[in-house]
Design a protein around this ligand. Structure first.
Ligand SMILES: *[C@@H]1O[C@H](CO)[C@@H](O)[C@H](O)[C@H]1NC(C)=O
Ligand SMILES: *[C@@H]1O[C@H](CO)[C@@H](O)[C@H](O)[C@H]1NC(C)=O
Ligand SMILES: *[C@@H]1O[C@H](CO)[C@@H](O)[C@H](O)[C@H]1NC(C)=O
Length: 339
């Protein structure tokens, strides 16, 4: 008897649950923003109509397999560290790999499918990679000049390349000793308003200036003095932070453009949460918050982009989901390799 009543109650609950409009609306997982326009009376307030909630970031591949030939020696191989992909994904965006040695018209096509670009670290500063990175930088500036808000995030080598493009001097970078070490960031700004740090929690900013939460791995960089002496560079970039290398020489660790959504890091914001290839990479909760807050900022910039993919099917066919990363075990843990 008691079990019959129990079964009846269960059936009743099930009927109520199946009939619930909230459950029905869950079925409406369509591949556009219609879910935000639900009119069942249970919908949440609409997000900001000025923002785009399906942003895609293009990441330029870098020559080589990224792990000294352990995964591929193909001369035309190029790679993206999986940490960069996850960094972008953690901010709420998808990734399209822009393969540096693919035909230029395909690269241009891909740039019309994305809402921002990321330049990874690496070593290549000449040849086709240099030319393609420069072309992409020019396109980013042109998109912004034409009224789109199209962000660019440049990491390590990416920062060095931007300095070379902007100054039109391929010898602009100086030798620094910033290899494989975590460091603090010394803030050069009196307030974070209007910068990439504006929504970082104040306690985290304090910790970033005192604790080693920024992973460095570079041989070159730009000193504040070198930047100030170059009018093209000093009118383009505002210095947000500096860091001393192992010789106690200061280099610019973070810079942001005055008039473009362009941010440049000599350090690696993507590594703290997603890269285990070196024991020096900080993985404390605060270090991971640095990764998360940086990713949130970058993708919040991409959501302001007015670009929409003109060909959604082509967009899907280019997404990183069509590729699998390979496990390298050291150096970069995982890399996407394109051959
Ligand atoms: C690439 O070449 C190096 C040096 O010859 C060799 O040790 C390595 O196994 C090669 N890698 C692959 C994936 O074949
Ligand atoms: C931040 O800057 C914006 C303009 O850049 C200004 O309108 C706003 O009042 C500033 N907020 C603070 C807290 O300084
Ligand atoms: C790399 O070389 C292989 C073999 O020659 C070729 O099939 C492939 O299309 C090339 N890939 C790129 C990105 O150039």
């Amino acid at each position: 008897m008691a079990s019959n009543v129990g079964a009846l109650l269960l059936l009743l609950l099930l009927a109520v649950w199946i009939g619930s409009p909230k459950v029905e609306s869950l079925a409406l997982q369509v591949e556009d923003d219609a879910i935000f326009r639900s009119s069942d009376g249970f919908s949440c307030p609409s997000p900001d109509p000025l923002l785009y909630y399906r942003p895609v970031i293009g990441i330029l591949t870098h020559p080589g397999d990224g792990v000294n030939g352990r995964l591929s020696n193909a001369t035309n191989a190029s790679n993206i560290p999986a940490s960069c992909v996850r960094f972008v994904e953690s901010g709420g965006a998808r990734v399209i790999p822009i393969i540096y040695n693919e035909p230029e018209d395909l690269i241009i096509q891909k740039l019309n499918l994305v809402n921002g670009v990321l330049l990874t670290g690496g070593w290549a500063k000449t040849g086709l990679y240099y030319d393609v990175a420069k072309k992409i930088f020019e396109i980013v500036l042109a998109k912004n000049d034409a009224g789109d808000h199209f962000p660019l995030l440049a990491v390590c080598l990416g920062f060095e390349l931007l300095s070379m493009f902007i100054s039109q001097n391929n010898d602009i970078c100086e030798r620094f000793y910033g290899e494989i070490r975590a460091s603090t960031l010394q803030f050069s700004i009196s307030e974070t308003n209007g910068t990439l740090f504006e929504r970082f929690p104040p306690d985290l900013l304090t910790k970033m200036s005192k604790e080693c939460l920024a992973m460095q791995n570079h041989l070159f960089g730009i000193s504040p003095k070198r930047l100030q002496e170059n009018s093209a560079l000093s009118s383009f970039f505002k210095i947000l932070t500096t860091t001393a290398d192992t010789n106690n020489e200061d280099y610019i660790s973070t810079a942001q453009a005055y008039n473009y959504p362009v941010i440049a890091f000599q350090w690696h914001p993507e590594k703290n949460a997603f890269d285990w290839g070196s024991n020096e990479i900080p993985h404390s909760e605060d270090a991971v918050r640095v990764t998360q807050n940086t990713a949130n900022y970058f993708i919040s910039e991409a959501r302001k982009s007015s670009s929409r993919p003109d060909d959604p099917v082509m967009l899907l066919s280019h997404l990183i989901y069509n590729h699998k990363p390979a496990y390298a075990g050291e150096g970069y843990d995982e890399v996407y390799i394109f051959t």
